[in-house]
Design a protein around this ligand. Structure first.
Ligand code: ATP
Ligand code: MG
Length: 255
């Protein structure tokens, strides 16, 4: 077991440089997330948000050329995907992959560490309306909203210390945004007696999800770096008004 060491940040990304197919996409990312904090990541299409997420998850194909990522003081980049998950990193993908032959219930049980009490499974299935999908191959033929709810069900089963959300509201209707947003808030607040507050990193373009989730800090990924840090809702308002190029808050940050 790894207990959280309160003397080190939960996640510390330092001067991270990363290339894909020979092109440098991330050019010096610095980001620290402490236990219990919720951060928001903004940035134009193609700026590298999903690339950063996938690197934290441990998907192959990304070449870290410089910098480090420490999670609870451990070198995250040296760990396999399952070691990272066991250590407490969870993810809800922008485009959740379908897995033939593996049912949603099985994934939730593995995510929970092998034992998921019937009452907990029922509570999660009820909260996210995934009961009809539990015995289906995970994400296979799921609608966009069903796939997002399935991702959230897996995260609620896993209870990761750091949960990464890549555009949790994309392709989700207004009713489902409320369900997904409520589940994220619930996960991050740790409502159940046995749960502690979790940390989160949420990618969003619209900020709709922030109607349901209180976020502490927003960051703007631009030109391969985190160009700005500020109140997430203020940043989104500014970007809506002025675009990423003209974002006043970003300009102030860059000075
Ligand atoms: N396997 C790959 N091969 C080549 N280029 C890639 C690959 N994966 C990602 N890229 C490129 O890296 C850049 C960053 O992509 P990424 O998906 O991280 O952007 P994003 O910020 O998540 O964008 P969006 O807001 O559209 O989701 C893009 O130019 C993308 O085409
Ligand atoms: Mg993306």
């Amino acid at each position: 077991m790894h207990d959280t060491d309160i003397t080190v940040p939960l996640l510390a990304i330092t001067d991270l440089h990363l290339s894909i197919a020979g092109r440098e996409v991330l050019r010096g990312i610095d980001l620290t997330i402490d236990a219990g904090e919720t951060h928001v990541l903004l940035g134009p299409n193609g700026s590298g948000k999903t690339t950063l997420f996938n690197t934290l998850v441990g998907l192959p194909g990304y070449e870290v050329t410089q910098g480090s990522v420490a999670f609870k003081g451990e070198n995250l980049l040296a760990l396999t995907i399952d070691e990272r998950a066991r250590l407490g990193v969870g993810v809800a993908f922008q485009r959740p992959p379908a897995v033939r032959g593996v049912r949603l219930r099985q994934v939730m049980e593995v995510a929970a560490g092998g034992a998921l009490e019937a009452g907990t499974l029922d509570a999660i299935a009820g909260e996210l309306a995934v009961a009809p999908m539990l015995e289906r191959d995970v994400n296979l033929g799921f609608s966009g909203g069903e796939a997002k709810r399935s991702e959230m069900a897996q995260l609620l089963a896993q209870q990761p210390e750091l949960a990464l959300f890549d555009e949790p509201e994309s392709g989700v209707d207004l009713d489902n945004i409320a369900v997904v947003g409520g589940a994220i808030a619930h996960l991050l607040k740790g409502d159940r007696a046995s749960e502690r507050p979790r940390a989160g990193l949420i990618i969003t373009h619209t900020g709709h999800i922030l109607q349901y989730v209180n976020a502490d800090v927003g960051h703007v990924l631009f030109d391969g770096r985190l160009a700005c840090e500020g109140n997430p809702l203020d940043l989104i308002d500014d970007i809506v008004s002025h675009g990423y190029e003209g974002c006043v808050e970003c300009a102030a940050c860059r000075q």
